[in-house]
Ligand binder design. Structure first.
Ligand code: PEP
Ligand code: MN
Length: 266
């Protein structure tokens, strides 16, 4: 039962301590590469993410690629590499599950389980992911209305799991020539009115270009987001997926330094 002005929190235990997503908590920063490529790169980027003060490492083991011929992620072996990065840095781990068959393995390593945009309405996956009891990061579908998105969240809540974070990652619009998607930042005030659930903004998938990420990060902070997801890669030009939208370690560190003084106002 949602009453206006009352917001829920999603408290996630990590080796470095409990991190809480919610209106009355500090901004949570989730960063990392699109895909876990090998041990060296994931440990290296995890250390960068940790050094900036971010709380979660996010990297894909199972990747929902548009083309079946594109890199699909290393799967189970990448999960072990995420576990290694967690052990080295103490960061919480967020990674996507695409198939109910992989849920158990993913939930073993992930502190938060991601459901990607393409699976937002995969109702059996939503129910089973919810039933693991792990906090769920639910990305908005490519062309999902806010109502469809909230109903997808209901599937998880109805499975008895109250720990859902809603992630806006850009939606389809009529002009996708200059950006990959259209970041719908107006969801922040709208969701505040409609739901108590914490909000995450992903400017990386929303814009598709690293040069636009810092501006949209600042806009999302000004609009009151509870958390951010920012793709970072040790060498974006060589990334196996989503290189063009990934920040270098130096760009990521610079962005965090730039936003840190702003946080006191929001
Ligand atoms: C991702 O987070 O790497 C991803 C594939 O995102 P989305 O599901 O939003 O496209
Ligand atoms: Mn990606």
């Amino acid at each position: 039962e949602f009453r206006h002005g009352e917001y829920s929190e999603v408290a996630v235990p990590t080796p470095n301590g409990v991190v809480t997503f919610g209106q009355n908590h500090p901004l949570v920063i989730v960063a990392g590469p699109c895909s876990v490529e090998n041990e060296d790169m994931i440990v290296e980027i995890a250390q960068v993410v940790k050094a900036t003060g971010a709380q979660f490492l996010r990297g894909g083991a199972y990747k929902p690629r548009t083309s079946p011929y594109a890199f699909q992620g290393h799967g189970e072996s990448a999960l072990s590499l995420l576990a290694k990065a967690r052990e080295v840095t103490g960061l919480g781990i967020i990674t996507e599950v695409m198939d109910t068959a992989d849920l158990e393995k993913v939930a073993e390593v992930a502190d938060v389980v991601q459901i990607g945009a393409r699976n937002m309405q995969n109702f059996s996956l939503l129910k089973k992911a919810g039933a693991t009891g792990k906090p769920i990061l639910l990305k908005r579908g490519l062309s999902a209305t806010i109502e469809e998105w909230l109903m997808a969240a209901e599937y998880i809540l109805a499975s008895g799991n109250p720990n859902v974070i809603l992630c806006e990652r850009g939606i389809r619009s009529f002009d996708q020539k200059y950006t990959r998607n259209t970041l719908d930042l107006s969801v922040i005030p709208v969701l505040r009115k409609l739901t108590h659930l914490p909000i995450m903004i992903d400017p990386s998938h929303a814009t598709g270009y690293s040069e636009y990420v810092p501006t949209m990060v600042k806009a999302a902070i000004a609009a009151g987001t509870d958390s951010l997801m920012i793709e970072t890669h040790p060498n974006p030009k060589k990334a196996l997926s989503d290189g063009p939208q990934s920040l270098t370690p130096a760009e990521f560190a610079e962005l965090i330094a730039e936003i840190t003084p702003l946080l006191q106002f929001f």
